[in-house]
Design a binder for this molecule. Structure first.
Ligand SMILES: NC(=O)c1ccc[n+]([C@@H]2O[C@H](COP(=O)([O-])OP(=O)(O)OC[C@H]3O[C@@H](n4cnc5c(N)ncnc54)[C@H](O)[C@@H]3O)[C@@H](O)[C@H]2O)c1
Ligand SMILES: [Zn+2]
Length: 362
């Protein structure tokens, strides 16, 4: 649906539905849109990181204040390390200090780190207060801001502590992508390639490396895919939402094994996708040309497609075992039999994962 140049994508979760609005300049309308669509009043905590607060915090704050909200801004350091319980506590202290109560709400302004962190704070503050997502990276606009998975990392692993908490509204302004550094811009395409592989192979043709303009349509297509999957299986109780983990079993393990921050999420996922493609050939009959095609697209997006030898295969495997259970040497793994389709297989063995990674080493 389109309203004055904005695209609206509804997320049809029964009882908890909301819309994702995508449009250039939407950032300056945040206050009015929150007032119209989020069903909230009063005070809010505007949570952002040190980069994004500096660039966009003032505009969002002004827009919220103009609409009559009272805003306390809370800044956290940029980077994956802010997804920690310590930073959660800092947010909560600031909110208690500013007397935010159960009628207050949270606005998450930033990438996936801020969205996951601030969403989790909203999920547990007074046992849950409303929140609004204003994603400013591709990862966040096509993926993390939609679907209600919130949480932080713990010593034992990534996203170990979290909650399902759906936002009341998501406002994605593609103009914000213009200020993303090169590496942060490209990492986001890993999630777009993932969506294409599991649901819509034709989208692979619409990825244009480097173009920062005219992305609204592509972003909306991705949000539609994510929204449809989430609406069907909000809490990952069936195999449907699990398909979104394509490339993430190995991806998360790389992030865990190498310490947070060294690999960007999208870069680790790119390697995870390449490993999943190789395993898809072996277990699901994916044609070699399709593996090559997707690998070339990832490469054209400046994403890694070969495992550096410095990344220990044993460590990756060890990290995989933290969030995936092997039963009798086999694990559940998302595979693609042909581009545009995915399935969960229970056949993948530990040694096949090791072999795939070794074949894909530099
Ligand atoms: N909840 C979910 O369903 C879900 C899905 C995918 C990813 N994630 C999580 O998202 C996180 C990764 O998110 P990310 O890739 O957005 O990283 P990020 O939030 O760390 O942002 C990347 C970098 O870009 C900067 N930045 C953000 N927007 C900017 C802008 N418009 N201009 C200039 N700089 C900007 C940030 O300050 C940061 O330094 C991971 O923790 C991952 O686990 C969650
Ligand atoms: Zn991801």
């Amino acid at each position: 649906m389109e309203k004055s140049g904005r695209l609206e994508v509804p997320v049809g979760i029964p009882g908890r539905g909301y819309s994702v609005w995508i449009g250039e300049g939407i950032l300056d309308e945040a206050g009015a849109m929150v007032a119209e669509f989020a069903g909230v009043r009063g005070k809010c905590a505007l949570v952002s990181d040190s980069n994004v607060m500096r660039i966009y915090g003032g505009r969002v704050r002004a827009s919220l204040e103009l609409a009559g909200f009272s805003v306390i801004a809370h800044e956290v350091p940029a980077g994956e390390r802010s997804k920690s319980l310590q930073v959660v506590e800092g947010c909560i202290d600031a909110m208690v200090g500013a007397k935010l109560d159960r009628k207050s709400f949270v606005v998450a302004l930033g990438g996936g780190v801020v969205g996951d962190l601030a969403g989790f704070v909203a999920a547990i503050y007074f046992r849950g207060i409303p929140f609004v997502q204003i994603p400013t990276t591709i990862v966040a606009q096509v993926d993390s801001a939609v679907g209600g998975k919130t949480g932080v990392n713990a010593r034992g692993g990534k996203n170990l502590v979290g909650a399902f908490h759906q936002p009341k509204l998501v406002l994605a302004d593609p103009a914000t992508l213009g200020t993303l550094p090169e590496r942060e811009f490209y990492e986001g395409f890993a999630e777009i390639v993932k969506h294409a592989v599991i649901r819509d192979a034709s989208m692979l043709e619409r990825i244009r490396p480097g173009a920062r303009d005219g992305l609204s349509g592509l972003l909306a297509e991705n949000v539609r895919i994510k929204a449809a999957i989430v609406a069907e299986d909000e809490k990952e109780e069936k195999d449907v939402r699990a398909l979104l983990n394509f490339g993430h079993t190995v991806g998360h393990a790389i992030e865990n094994a190498s310490g947070y921050g060294e690999w960007f999420h999208g870069e680790a996922v790119s390697l995870g996708i390449v490993a999943a493609l190789r395993l898809s050939r072996r277990y699901a009959g994916l044609p070699e040309v399709d593996e090559q095609r997707v690998t070339e697209i990832l490469r054209s997006l400046q994403l890694p497609v070969r495992f550096p030898r410095s990344l220990s295969v044993e460590k990756i495997l060890e990290a995989m075992k933290v969030d995936k259970k092997f039963s009798m040497g086999k694990m559940r793994f998302v595979l693609t039999p042909r581009l545009g389709e995915a399935l969960v297989s229970g056949e993948v063995t530990e040694s096949a994962v090791v072999e795939a990674i070794e074949e894909l080493q530099e």
